[in-house]
Design a protein around this ligand. Structure first.
Ligand SMILES: C[S@@+](CC[C@H](N)C(=O)[O-])C[C@H]1O[C@@H](n2cnc3c(N)ncnc32)[C@H](O)[C@@H]1O
Length: 243
């Protein structure tokens, strides 16, 4: 297989069988709910209609959790992989028709660059930023800070690599073993192959989103109240405020 086939991490079989992967990582659904609950808490402190942007909406799991968080908001859901976003469009059409949801097919950085300074209340995301090249992620964080209003919040439920590298590696080994158990039992060997290759990309030096580095990066961009909570193995919820 060509290297190019693996570059687009959510096209092909991983995108088509994304729901299947939730079997191997049930925490992913819980994290989307945590992201939604965090938006709900933020929205409870506001009276005005919130302008919310989601990065990497995927098949719509996190998108739905965000939409359920508040009656009083508009959500722009960004994802540059049609195999994923088309599933969200099919599931969430009623929200589009109600005017509460808009989709953008741009990549995250371009979508953010298209937004004016201080125009967004909340930028939320789940399991998207860890896929980015480190250099691209740094640019995205800078843009998130720029487009947020004063008092705006960044909410990210994601895979934050442990600072303890040995412990981190043991967790990855356990995850891969569990993935083999589940996907061989389901006879999904193509998906297994692609998922292991995907994990290798996440773990590579130019992608890995390690906790201490990631939190420092948010401080460097200008955020305050940077907080990591609800860690379960590699999954954690990070929030930050633009003062
Ligand atoms: C693991 S999925 C997460 C989807 C959803 N948030 C969830 O938790 O189920 C990551 C999504 O981010 C999207 N994505 C990755 N890199 C992106 C980029 N640079 N710009 C926009 N979307 C991106 C992928 O296409 C994919 O749909």
């Amino acid at each position: 297989m060509s290297a190019k086939k693996y570059d687009a991490l959510f096209s092909g079989i991983i995108g088509e069988e994304y729901d299947m992967l939730n079997l191997t990582c049930p925490l992913a659904i819980k994290m989307s709910h945590l992201v939604g609950d965090t938006l709900k808490d933020y929205a409870a402190t506001k009276t005005e209609t919130l302008n919310v942007v989601e990065l990497g909406g995927g098949t719509g799991i996190t998108t739905l959790a965000l939409l359920n968080a508040s009656e009083n908001m508009h959500l722009l859901s960004v994802d540059n992989e049609p195999v994923m976003q088309n599933q969200a469009k099919a599931h969430l059409n009623a929200w589009v028709e109600s005017g509460k949801l808009t989709f953008s097919e741009n990549d995250a950085l371009i979508a953010l660059k298209n937004l004016p300074n201080a125009s967004v209340d909340v930028i939320a995301s789940a399991y998207t930023l860890h896929n980015f090249l480190n250099t691209y992620r740094t640019e995205v964080i800078g843009e998130i800070f720029r487009v947020l209003k004063s008092g705006g919040q960044f909410i990210n439920g994601d895979r934050y690599a442990l600072d303890d590298i040995s412990q981190h590696t043991r967790i990855i080994q356990d995850e891969i073993a569990a993935c083999f158990r589940v996907l061989t039992a389901e006879n999904k060997l193509d998906l297994l192959e692609h998922w292991v290759i995907h994990v290798l990309s996440d773990e590579s030096e130019n992608h890995i989103m390690r906790e201490a580095v990631a939190l420092q990066e948010l401080h460097n961009a200008g955020f305050s109240e940077v907080n990591l909570a609800d860690r379960i193995t590699l999954n954690a919820l990070v929030t930050a405020i633009k003062a």
